[in-house]
Design a protein around this ligand. Sequence first.
Ligand SMILES: Nc1ncnc2c1ncn2[C@@H]1O[C@H](COP(=O)(O)OP(=O)(O)OP(=O)(O)O)[C@@H](O)[C@H]1O
Length: 253
Amino acid sequence: MLTIKNLHAEVEGKQILKGINLEIGKGETHAIMGPNGSGKSSLASVLAGRDNYTVTEGEVWFNGKNLLDLSPEDRAREGVFLAFQYPVEIPGVSNLNFLKTALNEIRTYKGLPAIEGRDFLKLTKEKQQLVDFNANLMNRSLNEGFSGGEKKRNEIFQLAMLDPQLAILDETDSGLDIDALRIVSNGVNKLRDAEKSFVVITHYQRLLEYIVPDFVHVLYNGRIIKTGTKELALELEERGYDWLKEELHLKEA
Ligand SMILES: Nc1ncnc2c1ncn2[C@@H]1O[C@H](COP(=O)(O)OP(=O)(O)OP(=O)(O)O)[C@@H](O)[C@H]1O
């Protein structure tokens, strides 16, 4: 479903991604770990199409389409979803209106009619219960005044509502209390199925005890330097990243 080949990207003239290769199959969950500044969020941004990044080399294919040729909006309509590390507040736009507009954009793109008000409310209730999202937050302005954890939980609610094929979760666990971490992880697990793929960016192995990945990749200085299974995350938690640099004879970033 997603193939990344030799992806290089820069921001403000600085090379950040230096040859990423990654293959994500349908229904798979991949975790991306790596030291601060290694390029994890940059990879998420490039996949979502943030315009301050310039792709200088490489290819990204999503379900047979050249993702890099598509606008950020069309990537979202095609089924790529990014849960932000720092979700933005949009005062004056209610959470529900935002979701209805986004959902209808996707439906129109797929040639489907706009969702009926009644069906939308039914879907909202169903998904709100599925991911255990506080109903009171749904009518408020999008993320305005939400606590850090509420914003992260809202990202998962949006994910449930929009039902993308590929969800990229950028440090969704940061800022969550212990209960919220479990709730958010349960929400993600309920959304996992044979058709949907997840890329989970995290610093902590703890999250991967809840959302068990099929693969764990280590991103270092703009490249994936090691791939393993969930045991690799455990090893990183115990040993940090320095041993890997030594093992692979890598220079400092
Ligand atoms: N707009 C920008 N201008 C200049 N440098 C940038 C910009 N955005 C990102 N960078 C740099 O790109 C590098 C990679 O950043 P990125 O946020 O992708 O790392 P990360 O692996 O997600 O880090 P963290 O774990 O700290 O979130 C960093 O050195 C960062 O300073």
